[in-house]
Design a protein around this ligand. Structure first.
Ligand code: NAG
Ligand code: NAG
Length: 213
């Protein structure tokens, strides 16, 4: 009886984790090109990305203007942020300064629905051109059809299979537990009936014994 209960708890925690996995809209930086360093002196800029109320993410490689930096999305400082469904975040690209307020490349509302096929290009003249990646952001809209959408459908199919498998396992465990319980109950009932039969037998004997012939 102990093992099925443990497995149920394990399966339950796994299933309750699924929505979190499904709804994560992680935003990574695909590429960036800055058109200015905001520096008067020929020093290297310190470029960072930040959403309001969150930690800044330094982009350690971005040192030159007019040079396109591309990323795989797996760099140590990735991802940049995470979006929630139907909710925008005020984010921006900045250049850190020690003696004056940080320079702003651009600051804007980053929304999940701006991603087309998981990709969003943010361009500001003379400042910056950055590509952001969020595969899960455009997956739920269903409007755009593409390979990323197809990939997501594949993921969904896989999830459905996993969930059905889990459901079957749960059903089997449940049925086994119920069956075991029913067997136990039946055995107990049989025993009780058996004992009762004996008692009745005794009663009859007693009656017979008491009966004065
Ligand atoms: C922000 O940075 C601080 C200090 O490094 C860390 O403790 C905290 O968990 C970070 N917050 C987020 C949301 O990453
Ligand atoms: C910005 O970068 C993207 C991705 O490389 C590129 O396709 C696009 O043409 C660029 N836009 C401008 C205005 O430079």
């Amino acid at each position: 009886m102990k093992r099925p209960r443990f497995m149920l708890i394990f399966l339950y925690s796994f299933i309750s984790l699924l929505p979190g996995i499904l709804s994560s809209r992680v935003v990574t930086l695909g590429s960036i090109e800055i058109f200015t360093t905001h520096e008067w002196l020929p020093s290297k800029p310190i470029v960072y990305f930040q959403c309001q109320g969150e930690n800044r993410t330094l982009l350690p490689d971005v040192k030159e203007s007019h040079l396109r930096y591309t990323f795989k999305g797996e760099e140590s400082w990735q991802p940049l942020t995470e979006l929630t469904e139907k909710k925008c975040k005020r984010c921006g690209l900045f250049e850190m300064d020690s003696f004056k307020p940080d320079d702003v490349f651009d600051e804007w509302e980053l929304c999940p629905d701006v991603f087309v096929d998981g990709k969003y290009i943010h361009f500001k003249d003379k400042e910056v051109n950055a590509t952001f990646i969020c595969l899960q952001c455009s997956a739920d809209d269903g409007a755009q059809s593409s390979s990323s959408n197809r990939a997501n459908r594949k993921t969904n199919v896989a999830l459905v299979i996993v969930v059905s498998l889990l459901a079957s396992i749960l059903t089997i465990i449940g049925t086994t537990v119920v069956y075991k319980y029913w067997q136990k109950r039946k055995r107990e009932q049989d025993q009780a009936r058996f004992l009762k039969l004996f008692e009745e037998g005794d009663d009859i004997e007693d009656e017979l014994g008491l009966d004065p012939v």
